[in-house]
Each structure stands twice: as structure tokens, then as C-alpha cells.
Write a protein that binds this ligand. Structure first.
Ligand code: IPE
Ligand code: IPE
Ligand code: MG
Length: 236
């Protein structure tokens, strides 16, 4: 596909796994399982399309309110996914990092995550950020705590607090702002995703349920993005 103006950083709110499963008489967990296949498909396609940063919203800080069995199933699936896919990521030059509060993960999941982050740490073709136990507000709270400590210990003074300093204390440190946020599943909201990094994101809402999301629908989002005129507050 020839798109002149590709977004460098694409964020995806992968919504609709539950409804996809329910419509087929399957359990919600089956929907998440099928969702993992869409994840694989889209990572490959995004990288081939020249996306530099891909951020996938897998589990929000609010998703803990779901039944415990569903929460465990999702966490387990992420662990399995990383165990299985890390070598492919290495082959394809993909660096993986997890964004979100890692303090609530089990020891074994944390081990898998850190192993995957380590094995892919020198890869540069695409940065894959998996947002797990991620909330934009929580990320800002954790950044505020880190910055407050620096002030308290006298390393910096309040006047040193800049947008750059805040960016550098977020989980996404070093990655460019998000150019395009895609949300599947028909809802038109951002549900606490990339609040800071998405300040000027273009928004693409798709009715496709995440397990059905494919290369063609991704390309439609790219087409949509390429037709936007980004002004960042200025005038054309
Ligand atoms: C998105 O699908 C995946 C997660 C939030 C973990 P949902 O599980 O929210 O699916 P729906 O919205 O109920 O269909
Ligand atoms: C957003 O989906 C979070 C993820 C995709 C991980 P939700 O299904 O949790 O969002 P709401 O509850 O509809 O806003
Ligand atoms: Mg949902």
C-alpha cells in the first residue's frame, strides 16, 4: 500500500474481544485468545508498513474490576504470548517494552516480561509497547511521584519541571508522541489510554471487533491518517 504520510507512532485500543466471543456462543476468554491472533497479525503488518512505534492497549488499570477468572486468563495469555513470540520479535528487529504499573504482576509474569524486554532491547526496526495494567492517569501519578522525589532530595528544583521532564518520567520515555490512536469495537472513547502522549493524536474509530481486525482495516486507518491535516494549534 502506498501511503506517503505514515504515522510514526500508532496506538491501538484493542476492544471487542468479549462481544466477538459472545456473538459466537463462546466464552469471553475465547475472544481474548482470538484477539491474540489479531495482535500477531497487526504487529507484523505495522512493522512492514514502516510504523516506528506500536502501542497496544492490552489491559487497563480499570480492567481489574472484571471477574478474577477473566483477569487471570488475560494475564496468563500475555505471558504465553511473550514466551512464544519473543524469538520472532528478535528476528524481525522488534524491541518490546511493557508500559504500565508492573507492581501487581505475578513473579512469573514479571520474569517473562523482563526476559522479553532484555532479549529485544537492542532491536531498532520497531518499538512495540504493550500496555498492561496501564492507565494514563496512573502513569502520570507515578511520574509525579518520581519527580517529587527528585525535588525533595534537592536534585532538581520546581522550576526545572518541564514538559520534557514529565515525558522523560513516563513509561514511554524516549518514544515520540502518538500520531494516531485506533479504537476497535465501536466505542468512541479513549478509556485512559496515552493521555499525555495522545494530546495531539488523530483518532480513528472502527466498528470492527478486535479479533476481526485485519491488514485491510489497518490500512484504512492509515489512509484516514494520511488525509488529515495536522495543525498542532497553528494555521495552515
Ligand atoms: C478488549 O476487549 C480487551 C480488554 C479490555 C482486555 P473486551 O474484553 O473489552 O471486549 P468487549 O468490549 O467486552 O466486547
Ligand atoms: C479499553 O477497553 C481497555 C483495553 C482495550 C485494554 P475496555 O473495554 O476496558 O473499555 P471501556 O470499559 O469500554 O471504556
Ligand atoms: Mg471492552
Amino acid at each position: 500500500m502506498d501511503i506517503i504520510n505514515m504515522p510514526a507512532h500508532v496506538g491501538i485500543i484493542m476492544d471487542g474481544n468479549g462481544r466477538w466471543a459472545t456473538a459466537r456462543g463462546l466464552s469471553r476468554t475465547e475472544g481474548h485468545k482470538e484477539g491474540a491472533n489479531a495482535v500477531r497479525r497487526i504487529i507484523t503488518h505495522a512493522r512492514r508498513s514502516g510504523v516506528k512505534v506500536l502501542t497496544l492497549y492490552a489491559f487497563s488499570t480499570e480492567n481489574w474490576s472484571r471477574p478474577q477468572a477473566e483477569v487471570s486468563a488475560i494475564m496468563e495469555m500475555v505471558g504465553k504470548y511473550l514466551s512464544k513470540e519473543t524469538s520472532t520479535m528478535v528476528e524481525n528487529g522488534i524491541r518490546m517494552r511493557l508500559i504500565g504499573d508492573k507492581s501487581r504482576f505475578s513473579k512469573s509474569l514479571l520474569g517473562v516480561i523482563e526476559h522479553s524486554e532484555e532479549l529485544t532491547s537492542d532491536k531498532e526496526d520497531m518499538l512495540l509497547q504493550i500496555a498492561l495494567n496501564y492507565g494514563g492517569r496512573d502513569e502520570l501519578v507515578r511520574a509525579a511521584k518520581k519527580i517529587a522525589s527528585l525535588v525533595a532530595e534537592g536534585t532538581i528544583s520546581p522550576s526545572d519541571i518541564t514538559e520534557k521532564l514529565i515525558s522523560d518520567n513516563l513509561d514511554t520515555k524516549g518514544a515520540m508522541d502518538c500520531d494516531l490512536i485506533i479504537r476497535t469495537g465501536g466505542e468512541k472513547r479513549t478509556s485512559n489510554f496515552l493521555m499525555w502522549q495522545g494530546a495531539y493524536s488523530e483518532l480513528y474509530f472502527s466498528d470492527v471487533l478486535w479479533p476481526d481486525f485485519d491488514e485491510d482495516e489497518f490500512d484504512r486507518a492509515m489512509q484516514f491518517f494520511s488525509q488529515r491535516q495536522r495543525r498542532f494549534g497553528g494555521i495552515k
